[in-house]
Design a protein around this ligand. Structure first.
Ligand code: S3P
Length: 163
């Protein structure tokens, strides 16, 4: 049985939905950012601050390569994980890829003041540019679920129907 891989922009609900989906399927849940934290003993923002994004991306690819060898995992990726085609291929070869989509307004409203994501710290124009640039990549998923106006349960239900 292959994995289920959740991709999408920061704040689209990948980790929250992923945990609930894994519970419904009685599969294990893993979060690539969490795994990177375990391996490096640093938080994502600390890695960015101390070592830069390049180091973060290399740790991310190592985690992706390892998780892609496993089965029956619900994997919540980071928003930039699948921008690297090697990561995309590794995950897609052994998994169904589901993109969670949300409008930028919904994302910013969800994140509010609790924002420790390095790439969401800039001005709104920069975040909007990143969001727009990434949509093409996310749209290559096996299917897309819009989470903007839905509860976690509704999103999980929709995924289970589409699988
Ligand atoms: C990133 C998204 C973050 C985290 C890192 C970079 C991105 O994960 O991997 O801050 O490039 O979009 P979430 O999507 O879980 O916030």
């Amino acid at each position: 049985m292959q994995n289920i891989v959740l991709i999408g922009f920061m704040g689209t609900g990948k980790s929250t939905v992923g945990k609930r989906l894994a519970q419904s399927l009685a599969w294990d849940f893993v979060d690539t950012d969490y795994e990177i934290g375990e391996v490096t003993s640093l938080s994502v923002s600390e890695i960015f601050r101390r070592h830069g994004e390049t180091r973060f991306r290399s740790e991310e690819s190592i985690v992706v390569a390892r998780l892609s060898q496993q089965e029956r995992l619900v994997i919540a990726t980071g928003g930039g994980t699948v921008l690297n085609p090697l990561n995309w291929n590794a995950l897609a070869q052994n998994g169904t890829v589901i993109a969670l989509h949300a409008s930028l307004e919904a994302i910013l409203a969800r994140i509010g003041n609790k924002n420790d994501r390095p790439l969401l710290k800039g001005p709104r124009e920069a975040i909007e540019k990143l969001w727009s640039e990434r949509q093409e990549c996310y749209s290559q998923a096996d299917f897309i679920v819009d989470t903007s106006q839905k509860s976690v349960d509704e999103v999980v239900k929709e995924i289970l129907i589409q699988l």
